[in-house]
Design a protein around this ligand. Structure first.
Ligand code: NAD
Length: 294
């Protein structure tokens, strides 16, 4: 029977640690960690994500500022807000909720966020730090959450074969880089990959981030493999209701060593890692303001 690795329980521990760091920063440095969340338009899924992030921020004592902009807001209007938040010393993290309306170039906006406040880890400077293994940057929340879950069950990553399904900038690519950093042998796969079931079957670790319901079947998973399911897919049920399922057919994977469920797997870790990044950014900014020791 596979161990079900409950991301919500691990996320609770991460949030407890963040909460302690937030209090310490306030007591020691008089700094109140603050996250600015920017939402453009009224995408229903984005509204839900933003609400969850803000609720979680408040639960750990992080001040959360919300900026709601009209769907018709110009790119320059959004840039002006980002520049204002960059310049505000009371703001430590800036999150611009994606997707943005089509008339706004996402890469221009993400590239305008000050890298030290880029708590989503999407700025080219942070991407570059992750790619080169330089460290010291902010790491994208979902892949960071995946790797933190893996670290709960794997002591030594060196030489393990990892297969990442999906190559997005948000999940697949950074997940692959984090695993490479840990000396895994990593294969990144995508929609055009040929022979994906065989490739997956060779893996000690599978990270499934394709956005395709129940893509990974039981016979794609090697006995004893560790499987992280990132997918969030809403499917229609026969009775007219709907359900959220992952990218992995969990019920077919008893022979895996460990598997994460959907929901209550990677999702809660993503939010916990966002707040971990925010307190990290606030701590770094507080340190930078301390007078140099002579
Ligand atoms: P995306 O659409 O940007 O990228 C999907 C990737 O999967 C692409 O590289 C594509 O080539 C690949 N892919 C799609 N279908 C495939 C198939 N049949 N076989 C192999 N590869 C395939 O998506 P994304 O933003 O990376 O998100 C992926 C999934 O993860 C989605 O379900 C999304 O909702 C979910 N997600 C979850 C969280 C979380 O917090 N749990 C966070 C981000 C994304």
């Amino acid at each position: 029977m596979a161990q079900i690795l409950q991301g919500d329980l691990v996320a609770r521990e991460v949030l407890d640690s963040v909460s302690q760091r937030v209090s310490r920063l306030s007591d020691t440095n008089g700094v109140d960690a603050c996250l600015a969340v920017v939402l453009v338009g009224h995408d229903p899924a984005s509204e839900i994500y933003v609400r969850r992030k803000q609720k979680a921020a408040r639960s750990v004592g992080i001040r959360s500022l919300e900026y709601r902009l009209d769907e018709e807001t110009s790119q320059q209007g959004l840039l002006d807000l980002v520049h204002k938040l960059n310049a505000d010393p009371a703001v430590h993290g800036i999150l611009v909720q994606l997707p943005l309306p089509s008339h706004i170039a996402g890469d221009v906006i993400l590239g305008a966020i000050a890298p030290q406040k880029d708590v989503d880890g999407f700025h080219p400077v942070n991407v570059g730090r992750l790619s080169t293994g330089a460290g010291g940057g902010l790491v994208p929340c979902t892949p960071l959450g995946c790797v933190m879950l893996l670290e709960r069950v794997i002591d030594d990553f060196r030489g393990l074969k990892a297969v990442v399904i999906g190559k997005s900038n948000i999940v697949g690519k950074p997940a692959a880089l984090l695993l490479l950093d840990r000396e895994c042998t990593v294969t990144v796969t995508h929609i055009h990959t040929r022979g994906l079931p065989d490739i997956a079957r060779s893996a000690d670790i599978i990270i499934a981030a394709a956005g395709s319901p129940r893509l990974v079947r039981g016979d794609w998973v090697k006995p004893g493999a560790v499987v992280i399911d990132v997918g969030i897919n809403r499917i229609a049920l026969e009775d007219g209701t709907s359900a959220i399922v992952g990218d992995v057919a969990l019920d077919e994977c008893d022979h895996a060593a460990v598997i994460t469920p959907v929901p209550k797997g990677v999702g809660p870790m993503t939010i916990a890692c966002l707040l971990k990044n925010t307190v990290h950014a606030a701590e770094a900014m507080a340190r930078a303001r301390e007078p140099a020791v002579q």
